[in-house]
Design a protein around this ligand. Sequence first.
Ligand code: GTP
Length: 421
Amino acid sequence: MAAVASPPPDASLHSIVRKKLGGFVGFANLPNQYHRRSVRKGFHFTAMVVGESGLGKSTLVNTLFNTSLYAKKDVPLPEHDRPQTVAIESITADIEENGVRLRLTVVDTPGYGDFINNDQGWKPILDNIEARFDAFLEQENRVNRQKTIDNRIHACLYFVEPTGHSLKPVDIEFMRRLHQRVNLIPVIAKADTLTDDEVAQFKARILSDLAHHRIDIYQAPQYDLEDEETIAENEEIVRKIPFAVVGSDTVVATSDGRQARGRAYPWGTVEVDNEDHCDFVKLRQMLVRTHMEELKEHTADVLYEKYRQEKLLAMGVAQDHSVFKEVNPAAKMAEERALHESKLAKMEAEMKMVFQQKVNEKEAKLKQSEEELYARHREMKEALEKQRVELEDKKRRLEQGRPLTPEKAQQSTKKKGFLRA
Ligand code: GTP
């Protein structure tokens, strides 16, 4: 049979012909299929909040999703009664809007400012993020991947204290440790405590600190294909980072008689949803309306992928450069069999070595006890010989010193006379 030369891998690309359709075929409906399937399956998103204690993390989470995630038995807890977060805890809620279901998980971390030594405060948080990557990696390697659960953190809101100066060393250390593992979104907490000018200056200082320390925060991508309106929307969102936010899940009366979520002060009301008052709306827009899928994609394709590569390389799994070659199942099986056999041979050699070692030890022990036995035998023999010699000696002496019996005396005289004759 004549061998058929396989075409070069990219030959199929050269043979692509662009065709104009004569009529409607129907695949233009594909996005609608995707839309229907997504709505049926629902969406999920996991966000983490990190920052010093009491900066309003829990309050902002409630404000963001317009639901009291921190509620006991459906009874919302007032802001001031909300317990302090003392351990990393996840809260999951199923929320629905216009028939679209979103399973939202918020990972609340304890504020780190309470500890005298905050040097290692980032560690449990980083461990938590990496443990989620590990869990996903473990699921990917399972035979049955039907029920893969994605618990990876898609966005991490990092709360900066509204000092108006610059980032604190502890903030820099935290973000430096986390930025390669999670989409970092810095927010200036309790922005109602700063004036507009202070907010603008503080933002510039934070951005220059981040650039100086080479900390990558999440960058909303600008796609070429997007329409102008979306591009402008994106640009506006990017311009607002780090978002200066105000959190409140209580409704207050505004100066013009409206009811709005906000914080009431003697001099006026700060409205959470008013873009002239803070960047809360822009943050929510980015997280929920425009970039939720993008944040998930960046987590999966860039951050997780990098972690996965590092992890596998550390485990000694080398990059398979044959990925672009055609996969030959027989060769793959032969390769696997050879690998298995070499593993077995290695195990056998190890077992033999252990066995030989044990035999040697046993032999050495036996030799030692044999020598001991010989030594004991020799000692006993010598002792007995000594005893015999002593007894002989004693006997001789006894015989020499004892008077002769009449028969013996007669025998002795006879012997003497005979000798004389
Ligand atoms: P830990 O659980 O200790 O980490 O605190 P946290 O960061 O979750 O803070 P929490 O949401 O419990 O809020 C702490 C206090 O700050 C509460 O009294 C809130 O009412 C108040 N607070 C929350 N958000 C804001 C805000 O935007 N501005 C002001 N001025 N106060 C706020």
